[in-house]
Design a protein around this ligand. Structure first.
Ligand code: NAP
Length: 255
């Protein structure tokens, strides 16, 4: 029987690559993101190319009530959700703390932390009813180290790390595996969102080195999902060669 995975932030980048790889590996998918047009295209593409069924939920994960109601309204056969991939997230601006906008900090905290926790709370009753449940949280090298201009983005990912550890402690003996995947720089829309739509600035993010690609992260996710029943992958840290020492100032490499 196909497993059902719910992926947040599936309209681009790591989420999209993961949807693609899981579709190739006999998963059915519930894809969540705000941009309905993108989700619809992905739904058609995956269903045409692979033996998969894809359900889309065009929701802002910050709207907890709407998301809960959308999940409750899913047809019964879609409620056997075994895998939750908490991937949706963003970084904004990365200004020095004395220059940053409070609004940017709040958006990062609301999306990367509050929503990830709420989505998990909403999905847990469904996951607990299935066998072989697995929660995968997307952290970052920023969950391990703070870099210039990334205080609040790092704070959100440190929070994800604390929550992941707590989930693991509380849920492993209830049959739910818990994994955190921590990528270094990945070439996605992340840079464009961070640069608030400034393409030139965004392109600079990847100009001097070869970044990770979303497929690299999707591979790590599938690896964690496909271990035998007795194995839990706790944490994967994957970086580009230049970031292998995560203390490296990536901003200095980019300059
Ligand atoms: P991306 O291409 O910008 O994808 C982010 C995804 O999150 C999009 O599908 C976006 O979809 C969704 N999203 C954002 N806010 C949302 C909201 N409020 N409600 C629902 N969906 C929302 O970036 P990415 O690099 O793949 O990022 C995925 C995760 O990887 C994030 O948690 C990020 O922090 C983490 N990460 C990224 C990097 C990197 O260098 N790229 C490195 C380490 C960790 P919509 O806009 O359609 O809603």
């Amino acid at each position: 029987m196909n497993r059902i995975a719910l992926i947040t932030g599936a309209s681009s980048g790591i989420g999209y690559a993961t949807a693609n790889l899981l579709a190739q590996n006999e998963y059915h998918l519930i894809l969540v993101a705000r941009r309905k047009d993108k989700l619809e295209k992905i739904q058609t593409e995956l269903q045409n190319n692979f033996q998969t069924k894809v359900c889309i939920l065009a929701e802002d994960i910050r709207n907890t009530m709407d998301l809960r109601s959308a999940i409750e309204k899913l047809p019964e056969e879609w409620k056997h959700i075994q895998v939750l991939i908490n991937n949706a997230g963003l970084g904004l601006a990365f200004d020095s703390v004395d220059e940053a906008k409070l609004e940017d900090w709040e958006t990062m905290l609301d999306t990367n932390v509050k929503s990830l926790i709420s989505v998990t709370h909403i999905l847990l009753p469904y996951l607990l009813k299935t066998e072989d449940a697995h929660i995968i949280n997307i952290g970052s090298t920023a969950a391990k180290q703070v870099k210039k201009g990334s205080s609040v983005y790092s704070a959100t990912k440190f929070a994800v790390e604390a929550f992941t550890k707590g989930l693991r402690i509380d849920l492993l003996d209830k049959g739910v595996k818990v994994t955190q995947i921590n990528p270094g720089v990945v070439e996605t829309e992340f840079a464009l969102v961070k640069a608030k739509g400034n393409k030139e600035l965004a392109e600079k993010s990847y100009s001097n080195f070869t970044p990770l690609y979303p497929d690299d992260v999707a591979d790590a996710i599938l690896f964690a999902l496909s271990r035998p029943k007795h194995v839990n992958i706790n944490d994967i840290l994957l970086t580009t060669i230049v970031e292998a020492d995560i203390n490296t100032r990536i901003d200095k490499i980019i300059e």
